[in-house]
Design a protein around this ligand. Structure first.
Ligand code: HEM
Length: 127
């Protein structure tokens, strides 16, 4: 039963990642053709995805107890998660300001890169 709940949590964790990374990648790929309301909607969905990642990741850590809590891959991932959260907040502000549209794509690429780094850390657990 515990393993079923745990695998469900990790699955939800990855689904949350899809809801975060998908909209961010869309913002990175579309060259300035999005309306402000579409761009704002994408960043809002990405924010919900991030919240889902945090809640499910936190619950998974709580369930595994000491197994992962002292590992450096997890510590570094949590740090990167905070950076990603701050950058997504900045992205949200940029999509609200029509004069800053040119900054959206580079920032969305930076967030995508940071997300990919965390995926590597969480999958590979290198240290
Ligand atoms: C942007 C941030 C994050 C990304 C992209 C991410 C991504 C992932 C991925 C791809 C997996 C592997 C799922 C699998 O194949 O088993 C995973 C597992 C996991 N993540 Fe995250 N995660 C993030 C943030 C967090 C945070 C903030 C926490 C904790 C507070 C966390 C805790 C965990 C735990 C405990 C596992 C399960 C490890 C295992 O059982 O092997 N994650 N994450």
């Amino acid at each position: 039963m515990v393993t079923v709940v745990y695998s469900l949590l990790v699955a939800l964790h990855v689904v949350s990642l899809v809801f975060c990374a998908g909209p961010i990648l869309a913002l990175a790929l579309v060259p300035g053709g999005l309306t402000p309301s579409a761009a704002q909607r994408l960043t809002r969905v990405a924010g919900f995805g991030l919240l889902g990642i945090l809640l499910t990741g936190g619950a998974a850590v709580a369930m595994t107890g000491p197994a992962f809590i002292h590992t450096w891959w997890l510590r570094l991932s949590v740090l990167l998660f905070l950076v990603i959260g701050a950058l997504t907040g900045r992205l949200r502000r940029l999509t609200r300001d029509p004069g800053s549209a040119s900054g959206v794509r580079p920032l969305a690429w930076a967030i995508t890169f940071a997300l990919a780094l965390v995926v590597y850390l969480m999958e590979g657990k290198p240290f």
